[in-house]
Design a protein around this ligand. Structure first.
Ligand code: NAD
Ligand code: UDX
Length: 444
C-alpha cells in the first residue's frame, strides 16, 4: 500500500519505519526542513532502540521516503496518517493547531478518495472537526454548496507505543484500535495492519478517541496510586516493592505500571491527563479522580525534594550529582521529565548540579541552565554531597559503586526510581534512600 505519514517525530517516524517493515511503501513528511534533511541523509533525529537499522534498510530499498511536501505525499497515497504534535495549552486543553493545518493542507491537495487517519492523540470529537475542516478546504471544483464531490473518510487509530520500546511495541501491539465511519475505511485499515496479525478493536471514531484518553489516564492513575501507597509505606515501615509484587500477582491488577518513583513525565501522560480533565469539564463532568492523579504526581516530586532537604540539611552550595535526566530509560526525550522540576528546585535553593545521562544530555541542555553536564557517571559523582538517580538506565547497574563511593564527598544516595538493590549501597557504607521502601524520611 502507498501510505503517507504527516509528522515525522517519535510516533510518525516509528510508524513510517514499521509500516515499511511490514511491506508498505511509505512517505514520511515533516515541515521541519532540518529534520527532513537529516532523515534523507540517513540520520535518525531521535534515539529509539532498533529504529536506525530498519530506517536505513527501507530507505535504501526506497520503501521509505522522506519529504517536506504534503502536496506530493497526499497525491501519491490513499491512506494518510496524521502524527503531528498535540501539545498542551496553558489551560490544559490540547492545542490542535497542527492538526487543523495538516487537515487543511491535505484537503487542498486532494484529487481522489483519501483516508485521513488520526494517529496523534486528540480529544474525542476531533474526528468530526477534521472532517468539517477537510470539507471546507477542498478545491472549489470538488465542492458544490454543502456537497463534497470527492470522497474521503476520517478514522481514528490511536497509538499506544512507548518511547524506548517503540519499535517492539509497534510490531507486537496488545491491540490495534480502529475507529471508523465506513466499511471502506475499515477495510483499508485492516489491510494496512494485516501483516501484524494483531487483535483489532473496531469501533466508531469517538469511541476510539475515548479509548486513548482512558488508557493513558488509567496508566497514570496506576502510577499515582502506587506513589500514594509508597508515601504511606515510608511512614509505616512497609516496602512498596513487595507491596507491588504482592498486588501484581493478582491478574485483575497486574504488576505493570506499579513502579513507585518521582512521578510520571514525558510528552504524553502529563498532557493527556490534563486534556482529559479539561474534556470532562467541558462535557459537564468534574473528573475528581484524575485531578487527584495529577496532584499526587506533583506531590511526588515535591516530597522527593523534601526528603533531600531533610537528609542534606543545607542545600545552598552543596554539589548534587545526578544520574539520568530523560523522562524514562532508553530514550533521549526530555519533554516534561521529572528531572527538570527536581533540578530546578534544588538550583533555586543554591545547589550546584552536575549530571550525566547516556542519551538525553543534548536535549537537556535546552531545558536546564547552569547544570554541569559530565562525560560519564563517575565524573558526575566526583566531589558531590549526594547522588540522585533520576532515570533507570540499565548501564548504571554496571558501574563500580566502590569507586563511586570514593568519588562522592558524602556517600548519600537518593534513588528516585527504586532502581538499585538498596543492599548494594548499604553494604558499601552508603546511606540509601528509595521511594516507599519503609526506610525513608518518616520511617519508624
Ligand atoms: P513530535 O513532536 O516528536 O513529532 C511531531 C512532528 O510533527 C514534528 O517533527 C513536527 O515538525 C511535525 N509537524 C508539525 N506540524 C507539521 C505540519 N504541518 N506538517 C508536517 N509536519 C508537521 O511528537 P510525537 O511525540 O511524535 O507525538 C505526536 C503525537 O502522537 C502527539 O499527539 C502525541 O500525543 C501522540 N503520541 C505520542 C507518543 C510518544 O510516545 N511520543 C505515543 C503515542 C501517541
Ligand atoms: C506512554 C504510554 O505508556 C503509551 O502507551 C503511549 O502511547 C504514550 O505514553 P511513554 O510516555 O513513552 O508511553 O512511557 P511510559 O513507559 O508509559 O512511561 C511514562 C512515565 O511514567 C515515565 O516518566 C515513567 O518513568 C513513568 N512510570 C511508568 C512510572 O513512574 N512508573 C511506572 O510503573 C511506569
Amino acid at each position: 500500500m502507498e501510505i503517507a505519514i504527516i509528522g515525522s517525530g517519535y510516533v510518525g517516524l516509528v510508524t513510517g519505519v514499521c509500516l515499511a517493515h511490514i511491506g508498505h511503501t511509505v512517505t514520511c513528511v515533516d515541515n521541519n526542513p532540518e529534520k527532513v534533511r537529516k532523515l534523507k541523509a540517513g540520520e535518525v533525529p531521535i534515539y529509539e532502540p532498533g529504529l536506525e537499522p530498519l530506517m536505513h534498510k527501507y530507505s535504501k530499498m526506497k520503501r521509505l521516503n522522506f519529504s517536506s511536501s504534503i502536496e506530493a505525499a497526499t497525491k501519491k497515497a490513499t491512506v494518510i496518517f496524521i502524527a503531528v504534535g498535540t501539545p498542551s495549552k496553558k489551560n490544559g486543553d490540547a492545542d490542535l493547531t497542527y492538526i487543523e493545518n495538516v487537515a487543511r493542507a491535505i484537503a487542498r491537495n486532494m484529487d481522489s478518495y483519501k483516508l485521513l487517519v488520526e494517529k496523534s492523540t486528540v480529544p474525542v470529537q476531533t474526528g468530526n472537526r477534521i472532517e468539517r475542516t477537510v470539507a471546507l478546504n477542498l478545491p472549489a471544483k470538488f465542492r458544490r454548496g454543502n456537497k463534497c464531490l470527492v470522497e474521503f473518510d476520517v478514522a481514528s487509530n490511536p497509538e499506544f507505543l512507548r518511547e524506548g520500546s517503540a519499535v517492539e511495541d509497534f510490531m507486537n501491539p496488545d491491540r490495534i484500535v480502529i475507529g471508523v465511519k465506513s466499511r471502506r475505511a475499515e477495510q483499508l485499515l485492516r489491510e494496512v495492519y494485516a501483516p501484524l496479525k494483531a487483535r483489532l478493536v473496531v469501533t466508531n471514531v469517538a469511541t476510539a478517541e475515548m479509548i486513548k484518553h482512558a488508557s493513558n489516564s488509567f496508566l497514570a492513575t496506576k502510577i499515582s496510586f502506587i506513589n500514594s501507597v509508597a508515601q504511606i509505606c515510608d511512614r509505616v515501615g512497609a516496602d512498596v516493592l513487595s507491596v507491588a509484587e504482592g498486588m501484581g500477582y493478582d491478574r485483575r491488577i497486574g504488576r505493570a505500571f506499579l513502579n513507585a518513583g518521582i512521578g510520571y513525565g514525558g510528552s504524553c501522560f502529563p498532557k493527556d491527563v490534563d486534556a482529559f480533565v479539561r474534556l470532562a469539564e467541558k462535557s459537564g463532568y468534574d473528573f475528581k479522580l484524575l485531578k487527584g492523579v495529577r496532584d499526587v504526581n506533583e506531590q511526588q516530586k515535591a516530597s522527593f525534594i523534601h526528603l533531600i532537604e531533610d537528609k542534606l540539611w543545607i542545600i545552598k552550595d552543596k554539589t548534587i550529582a545526578i544520574w539520568g535526566l530523560a523522562f524514562k530509560a532508553d530514550t533521549d526525550d526530555m519533554r516534561r521529565a521529572a528531572s527538570i522540576d527536581i533540578i530546578q528546585a534544588l538550583q533555586e535553593e543554591g545547589a550546584r548540579v552536575q549530571a550525566f545521562d547516556p542519551k538525553a544530555m543534548d536535549n537537556a541542555r535546552h531545558e536546564l541552565k547552569g547544570v554541569k553536564f559530565c562525560a560519564d557517571a563517575y565524573a558526575a559523582a566526583k566531589g558531590a554531597d549526594c547522588l540522585l538517580v533520576l532515570t533507570e538506565w540499565e548501564e548504571f547497574k554496571r558501574l563500580d559503586l566502590k569507586r563511586v563511593r570514593g568519588l562522592l564527598r558524602q556517600a548519600v544516595v537518593f534513588d528516585g526510581r527504586n532502581f538499585f538493590d538498596d543492599k548494594l549501597f548499604v553494604d558499601l557504607g552508603f546511606e540509601y534512600h528509595g521511594i516507599g521502601r519503609g526506610r525513608g524520611a518518616h520511617a519508624s
